[in-house]
Design a protein around this ligand. Structure first.
Ligand SMILES: [Zn+2]
Length: 674
């Protein structure tokens, strides 16, 4: 698990993956439902027929533009992996050998079935032999190395106050259900998930030949421990506050809070210098853990740790384990009806293990250099448009404007793929077992991550692979990053006209840039340091303007009685609204003095908004929607369209939306930030 990227960067989607345009010249009007008025439901107006004609395939919990592109991407990557696996001349230790062996051991079902749970037996035995807390620490270390994180996450990160330096970081974790609210919530869904989680644990323990009675006891122990951990965990909303989650301390200070867990040993075995400062994201979480170490017997912790080993490994063991895991995390949690094809699951694992090695092959074959050139132009136009808007802002004073413009000018831009590729020469991949390869790759990654501690930041590194369909803004780096894979239709289309590109990838660029100026991003300066560059009055104005967005989104009902959380999704909603505004301005600048024609009966301005709504077309299962409302900082797709657009004055002009239309907001009720 690449923790640092999950925590710190701000992505475009909640998701972790031919660049030849698929014959798609432009926007497809057949997906629209023109019986709906644009001012009634713009999402349905743009996507209604598409949604009707594209039911969710059984292996998906959600199906839309992103997934279609992802599918196409998978078949491209599959070709790359298959040629590596078929290359009989690949030298041992070469990238082709490693990719090929990783992929083929994952596809060797016969061996995986026969091995059953043998790949974890030795580790389970070692855990059973733990007799004291010192040995317990050793076990935790051995699991963290494998990429399995009971108790907490550990890694490296830029120092929030000194972004040139990399320091150690501890972050809350250790929960099989992922979110504290599922343990503590009294709502129907949380109660249901706890019951199912318990059953899941029982079934898994029986698969490792534990009696049903002992399996039941184990499930109770695990849920008890995880509930205690949940009690000391922060909510997702609290985790969005960068100030609150920055608590730099020494190893001595940490050791005082963490009690009997030997952190000196932990540092020593990972080769981290004892004097290295640590950002303890959530000190109260660590304190709570320390109290739990005192009150819960070691025997129970052993059961908990065994569970984390089994649960994290199940996806790479035989079908009994894989099916149980899928039933819980796929079906119960997200409503999926069947597992993805094996080759896709193994492809994802291979891509996560050797992402940049595959990325290098991927961009050679599928990323046209023209795409990079065009993107650079678009980004420059967007930056100019935002600078123009900042200069004209009525609510912001000159001093803050100057700082905002400095920050905007300094945003670094990365497009396509890294200039310097990651070196995989020390990674060992063999034919021993699929799981041992996954662990080897995790260990390699963990080591690489920890080796950065104490060193200056390396600005050439990427937190996403080129084959990832997504984009991000990093506040500490003050940079926007667009991997090659998102630079394809419907997001980016070299063959389409500008209205389509500004409406899609332009709004993505604008979204990522705006993250530098959302409620979190604005707390960082041009160099990526958490530093307040706002006058008191401007900060007050900003908060008042953002409150409008919070209130708007709080009213949206996603499913049953579940509302969108305006606070949790605030940063993303600011970015969507800002991205739309800035991209529209940039588009209008670009067609100044140009003659632009209507296409398919729509004006260029209308096509800008249609292109935007088109990237959000999707169907989603109820369970997945409920999960996202709890966990996702992004609003559901429906509201990224119908919630964001009513704040954009140009949207009203383009579709002649008037008072009385459902999406109409009076001018004084619209959010005006960027
Ligand atoms: Zn975002």
């Amino acid at each position: 698990m690449k923790l640092y990227s999950i925590l710190i960067i701000i992505t475009f989607f909640y998701s972790i993956g031919s660049l030849k345009a698929a014959g798609q010249k432009s926007f497809d009007v057949n997906g629209m439902d023109q019986t709906i008025k644009p001012g009634t439901d713009f999402f349905k107006y743009t996507n209604g027929n598409w949604c009707k004609n594209n039911p969710i395939p059984p292996e998906y919990s959600r199906y839309g533009s992103f997934d279609i592109l992802q599918e196409q991407n998978y078949s491209n990557i599959k070709g790359l992996l298959e040629s590596a696996a078929a290359d009989k001349n690949a030298k041992h230790g070469s990238v082709a050998q490693k990719i090929g062996d990783f992929y083929s051991t994952g596809l060797d079902i016969e061996k995986i079935e026969k091995d059953s749970w043998n790949p974890i037996k030795e580790d389970l035995l070692r855990i059973d032999q733990v007799r004291n807390f010192e040995q317990f620490t050793q076990i935790i270390i051995s699991l963290h190395k494998k990429g399995i994180f009971p108790l907490f996450y550990f890694g490296s990160a830029q120092d929030e106050m000194d972004s040139e330096k990399i320091i150690a970081m501890i972050y809350q974790g250790g929960l099989g259900l992922g979110d504290r609210d599922y343990y503590l919530g009294t709502d129907k869904r949380s109660t249901e998930l706890r019951t199912e989680y318990k059953k899941y644990i029982q079934n898994m323990f029986q698969l490792i030949e534990i009696s049903p009675e002992a399996a039941t006891r184990a499930s109770e122990t695990i849920i008890n421990i995880e509930t205690q951990i949940a009690t000391g965990s922060r909510t997702r909303l609290e985790l969005r506050d960068p100030q609150k989650n920055y608590n730099k301390m020494t190893l001595e200070e940490l050791s005082k809070i963490i009690g009997k867990f030997n952190f000196h040993e932990y540092f020593k075995l990972f080769g981290v210098a004892a004097e290295a400062p640590i950002n303890v994201g959530q000190p109260d979480f660590i304190k709570n853990l320390s109290m739990a170490f005192e009150s819960i017997p070691l025997q129970d912790w052993i059961v908990y740790v065994k569970w984390h080993l089994i649960n994290s490994s199940a996806g790479y063991l035989n079908s009994k384990f894989e099916n149980e895991r899928f039933h819980f995390y796929g079906t119960v949690f997200s409503g999926k009806e069947k597992m993805k094809d094996r080759w896709k699951r193994v492809l994802e694992a291979t891509s996560s293990a050797m992402g940049e090695a595959i990325g290098q092959l991927y961009v050679e074959k599928y990323f046209p250099p023209e795409a990079k050139k065009r993107m650079l132009e678009l980004v420059a136009n967007l930056k100019t448009a935002l600078a123009g808007r900042i200069n004209k802002l009525e609510w912001m004073g000159d001093a803050t404007k100057k700082e905002a413009l400095n920050k905007l000018n300094k945003i670094n831009v990365k497009i396509g793929y890294p200039d310097i590729w990651r070196d995989y020469s020390l990674l060992q991949i063999s034919k021993e077992s699929y799981l041992s390869n996954v662990w080897a790759a995790n260990e390699f990654e963990f080591k690489r991550d920890l080796e950065k501690i104490g060193k200056p930041v390396d600005r050439s590194q990427w937190d996403m692979t080129p084959q990832t369909v997504n984009a991000y803004y990093s506040p500490n780096m003050n940079e926007i990053v667009f991997p090659a894979a998102i630079l394809q239709p419907p997001y980016f289309n070299l063959e389409a006209d500008d209205a389509i590109n500004y409406g899609a990838i332009g709004t993505v660029i604008g979204h990522e840039i705006t993250h530098g100026f959302d409620d979190q991003g604005r707390q960082y300066d041009k160099d990526g340091n958490m530093k307040d560059w706002w006058t008191e009055n401007d900060a007050k104005n900003f908060k008042a303007h953002t409150q409008v967005i919070v209130d708007q989104f709080n009213t949206f009902v996603a499913i049953d009685t579940m509302h969108v959380s305006g606070e949790l999704t605030l940063g993303e909603n600011i970015a969507d609204i800002g991205g739309l505004t800035v991209s529209y301005n940039a588009y209008m600048n670009s067609i100044k003095n140009k003659k632009v024609e209507n296409i398919d009966g729509f004006t260029p301005q209308q096509r800008f908004f249609l292109s935007y709504a088109n990237i959000w077309k999707q169907n989603i299962r109820d369970k997945e929607l409920m999960k996202r409302i709890k966990e996702d900082v992004h609003s559901p797709a429906l509201f990224r369209v119908n919630g964001a657009l009513p704040n954009i004055p140009y949207f009203y002009e383009a579709f002649n939306i008037k008072q009385g239309d459902k999406l109409f907001l009076a001018p004084d009720q619209r959010a005006k930030i960027w």
